[in-house]
Design a protein. Sequence first.
Lengths: 224, 405
Amino acid sequence: MIIQINKLTKTYQRHDGAINAVDNLSFEIPKGSFVTITGASGSGKTTLLLMLGGLLRSTSGKMLYNGNEINLHNEEELAKFRSNHVGFVMQSFALVPYLTAVENIMIALNVKNSDKAKNRKRAMELLEWVGLDDRTTHYPKELSAGQQQRVAIARSLANNPDLLLADEPTGNLDPALSEEILTLLSEINKNHNTTIVMVTHSPMAAEYGNVKIQLQNGKIISHN
Amino acid sequence: MKLTDLTLKELWHRKSQLISGLLAITLGIGVIVGIRTISVVSEKAVAVNLDNLGANILVLPQAASVDNYYSADIDAPTFPESYVEKIVTSTLPGVDNMSPKLTRRVKIGNENVVLTGILPKSEIASKPIWQKGGLLGNHVNASCSPSPGTQPAKYLDEKLQRKGIDTLAESDCFIGSAVAQKLNVKENGTLTIENKTFKVVKVLPETGTVDDDRVFANLHTVQALLGTGEQISAIEIMGCCAAISDGLLGKLRNILPDTRITTIGQIVSTQIETNRLMNKISLVFLIIIIFVGSISIGNYIWANVNERRKEIGILRMIGYHKRHIYFILILKAILMGLVGGIAGFIVGTFAAIWLAPQFAGIQVSPIYTLLLISIAISIVISVVGSIIPAYMAGKIEPFSNMQED
């Protein structure tokens, strides 16, 4: 198992009382699986994804990564966990606007390795792999939505993560581009044995997963 | 792509913001540099003008008072002329000019006049060791400069240059205007003092001082005439104001322990007070600009951090630590401080060079040491102003990039 979570809870304090966005969840994610998490808005799927990626501290519960407990309350440890093991693909692409395609990938590589020439070579390889070797010096605003998402996917693979987390990666794309991106994610899952956890609204996208989790009010209502 | 590259790219990407941020710091530093440049030159000009008022240190015999010196009583104490040489050979910094004098009240006809023996330049020049001490009455080159290494001020008006008496023959004398009037003597006339006849080579213009009642003759002639031997009543010293502040009087007392050394208070205190006032004004502006500048830069960086929330969230998401975020923002502040300091120095210096001659009638040259000070102050202002925004930026959550505008 790449991920094991045990009684994971995230509580938000609001003016009308506390609310559990993720409520006492326990489940495991097998290594190399393609997990899709679906659910209505407010069901807690994005909150769960953020905690799996070490982006959000939990209120209580445990998370094990490859059998080792991750301290979900230590910011520095979480930052190290993210840079070493996790890649992220976001609905809004999350690219830095004033950096070119290749530079957007290089900033992710720079966290672990400051060798500029080596990082540039690796970034070029990744852009070539996602079919953007002719767009390396383009800024995000000069790329189409699909191309931006490809750059984001290339960046997410920069440090060879074992775990790739995708939050509505096709949310801003038309059906044809969505299928292109989902196919790319499937290839990553199969060819690199990268575990993928994808949050989606789309039933079509959810079909790409081999493990499907459905959430409602912070609890799992189906898992198969 | 390193953090430095990222910082430079971001600065270039938001050029208009950068210019407005730089403008604030450039103007602030420009004001400091402009004021400082003008005040340094002004201090020198004031020092030069005050120097022209005359000597500001008096060396008197231990038992004498300043009143004794001016009243020139017959029994006023004296000390050996060799004391002049003691001061010269000590090569004390800050002693610009010296004038040994012997003064006695004498009667010419029915009139009381003060006979003063002085040394002309020609006699001083005959003693090479004395020349080293500046006894030739060289042009005063604003030795009271507050900033060592800066260019000396020059007299714009040649008339302001201190005049020394070049030659004074054994039987020549200069007389004050009041004496000339009382005795009805004109230039090239004669004057008999203690049975010795002197030729009046010059009637001095009216000064409104005790000098108007004096007759100036060669020191050694006066010594012989009065039978005092190689004795003098006083040494008038043109001491540099800054050197006086730095303890010149104490050093003179060490060299001449059996004398009474005093300053002509009004001149010295005016000079010191003027310098202090100018320094205080510069300091007040410096404090205001550091305060306002820090707030201004803090405000700019704060706005920049808010604009970059998503971007900072992205960096945090892909594994950047808080310290990386601090580094990016503080580096940005340092770069802005560096550029702002250099630009401020250029703006302030050019403003001073352009404005000072028009409004203050003084010529200003760049003070290059201010460049380093400008850069240092500018960087401190920028970094201090950026500390709180940088700290707050470190608190931005890594998922901030997922939040919609």
